[in-house]
Design a protein. Structure first.
Length: 225
C-alpha cells in the first residue's frame, strides 16, 4: 500500500501542474484578447472612419492605409499566439460546409428558403481567422433577416470580385429599409463592418423599402487562403 501511494504522487503533481498551466494560458489568452486584440480592432475601425472623411486627400488616405496594414499584421501575430495558448489550430478549416450547415439550420428554423451558391474556384477551406469572421458576417446577416425582413428567400453567394478580391454576398427578398437605417441598426451591423475591416476588406449594404437587402463583404484573397 505504501508503495502505491508513493508511486501515485508524481502522477498527481503532474496533473495539478498541467491544470495550473492550462489555467494560466487561458488567463493570458483572455487578457490578450480583451486588452490588446480588442484595442487594435477599435483602432482599425477608427482608421477606416478617418479615411472615409478625407475627401481628396490621397496622401493622408495612403498613410492611414499603411497604418491599418501594420495594425493588422500585429493583430494577426496576436491571433497566432491566442491559437497556441488556447490549444487551437491556426491552420485551414472548412468554411463552405459550415455555411451550408448554417443555412440548413436557418431554413429549418424559419421556413425561409435559403440557398448557397459557390463560384468555381472558391476554396473549400479558409484560414481560421478569415473563416470565423466571414461566418459571423453570414450569421449576423441571417439574424437580421429573421428578425426584421419578412423575407421568403435568402441567397448566399461566394464568388470573386476585381483586383484579386473575394466576395461574400447575402441577399434577401424582404421588406428592405431606408438606406440611412443601416447606419443605426444596433450592434449587429457595426459588428459585420468591423469583421470585414479586420480582414482588410469592406462591407456594403444595399437596400430600399420593398426591394430587399444585399449585404456584401469584399476581402483580399491573400487574407483568406
Amino acid at each position: 500500500m505504501r508503495g502505491q501511494v508513493a508511486g501515485a504522487q508524481p502522477e498527481t503533481n503532474s496533473g495539478w501542474n498541467a491544470l495550473a498551466e492550462r489555467e494560466i494560458k487561458q488567463h493570458v489568452a483572455r487578457e490578450l484578447h480583451d486588452r490588446v486584440a480588442q484595442t487594435l480592432t477599435g483602432m482599425l475601425i477608427e482608421l477606416e472612419t478617418f479615411k472615409s472623411e478625407q475627401f481628396g486627400r490621397a496622401s493622408v488616405i495612403r498613410e492611414a492605409t499603411d497604418l491599418q496594414d501594420s495594425t493588422r499584421q500585429v493583430l494577426q501575430s496576436i491571433r497566432e499566439m491566442l491559437y497556441d495558448l488556447r490549444g487551437e489550430s491556426s491552420s485551414e478549416e472548412s468554411f463552405v460546409s459550415a455555411v451550408q450547415s448554417l443555412l440548413t439550420r436557418f431554413e429549418e428554423g424559419t421556413r425561409i428558403a435559403a440557398e448557397l451558391i459557390v463560384s468555381p474556384g472558391w476554396p473549400e477551406k479558409l484560414r481560421s481567422a478569415a473563416a470565423l469572421n466571414l461566418y459571423r458576417i453570414v450569421e449576423e446577416a441571417l439574424t437580421n433577416i429573421k428578425l426584421h425582413s419578412g423575407a421568403s428567400t435568402v441567397r448566399v453567394a461566394l464568388d470573386f470580385g476585381s483586383n484579386n478580391e473575394m466576395a461574400l454576398t447575402v441577399r434577401d427578398d424582404g421588406a428592405g429599409m431606408e438606406p440611412e437605417a443601416t447606419r443605426v441598426r444596433g450592434m449587429g451591423m457595426l459588428g459585420m463592418r468591423e469583421r470585414a475591416v479586420l480582414l482588410g476588406g469592406r462591407l456594403s449594404v444595399e437596400t430600399s423599402p420593398g426591394q430587399g437587402t444585399i449585404v456584401r463583404a469584399i476581402v483580399p484573397k491573400e487574407i483568406l487562403c
